[in-house]
Structures are given as structure tokens and as C-alpha cells.
Design a protein around this ligand. Structure first.
Ligand SMILES: [Zn+2]
Length: 127
């Protein structure tokens, strides 16, 4: 089970039940991401428990199209232009440079040039 904030991962959570459900572990609401379809249970306001089978999608919504800020988990790319992408550093998401796609990750400003961080190398954050 993955426990995270409803604002993490860039999912677009939509509540599935009208009335809060009573379960063995307490009362909960079911939320489903309208973008990628993963589901979780919210036992506490603002947080969600996501089953392990969705682990590969939990940290970043694969259908996410969003600007904002990210926090680096790790950056596997090598090069002087990636030197500022240290673990836990925070960066603004920028538009993909002309001619480049953003299907495999998001673009941030590296040292003197835009660079791409791959999905899995960062988390979206709210600030
Ligand atoms: Zn999603």
C-alpha cells in the first residue's frame, strides 16, 4: 500500500462514492484518477492509500499534462547541464523546446539550457 497526499503525483482524483463508506479500518472514500484510472481509498482528509498494483503509476500520473513545480528524486542523466538537478531540489516546469516532445518526462531549466527529467525521476509538488 502506498500512502500519499492527494496533491502528489499529479493525479486528477474524483470521489466515486456519494456517502462515506464504513470499513474494517475505518471510514473511507474511494477516489479514482480520471486521467489514468488508478484507484485508492482516502481514510483521512487529503491523503490516499493506493494499492501496490498501481505503484508504477502512483508517483506521477502517466496522463499528466501540467505545469508547476517538481522536486527531484534522482537524476540519472550525466552532463554539466544536469548539475543543478540534485535530489530534493525544486524546479519550475517549463515548456518543451521547439521540436522536442514531452511524452517521456518534463522539461526544467538545467545549467544554461532546458533539460528533460524522466517520469520517475521527480514528483510534482504544490507550492
Ligand atoms: Zn492519474
Amino acid at each position: 500500500m502506498i500512502h500519499q497526499s492527494l496533491s502528489e503525483g499529479g493525479h486528477k482524483w474524483e470521489k466515486q462514492n456519494l456517502v462515506t463508506i464504513s470499513g474494517r479500518k475505518g471510514n473511507y472514500d474511494i477516489y479514482k484518477c480520471s486521467q489514468c484510472g488508478i484507484e485508492g481509498r482516502s481514510y483521512h482528509l487529503g491523503t490516499i492509500d493506493i494499492p501496490e498494483k498501481f505503484a508504477h503509476k502512483a508517483n506521477s500520473c502517466p496522463k499528466l499534462v501540467k505545469k508547476g513545480k517538481i522536486r527531484v528524486i534522482r537524476c540519472t542523466a550525466v552532463g554539466a547541464q544536469f548539475k543543478n538537478l540534485t535530489p530534493n531540489s525544486i524546479h519550475n516546469v517549463i515548456d518543451a523546446p521547439a521540436g522536442e516532445s514531452s511524452t517521456r518526462g518534463i522539461w526544467v531549466m538545467g545549467v544554461n539550457e532546458p533539460v528533460m527529467l524522466l517520469y520517475g525521476e521527480f514528483n510534482f509538488i504544490d507550492e
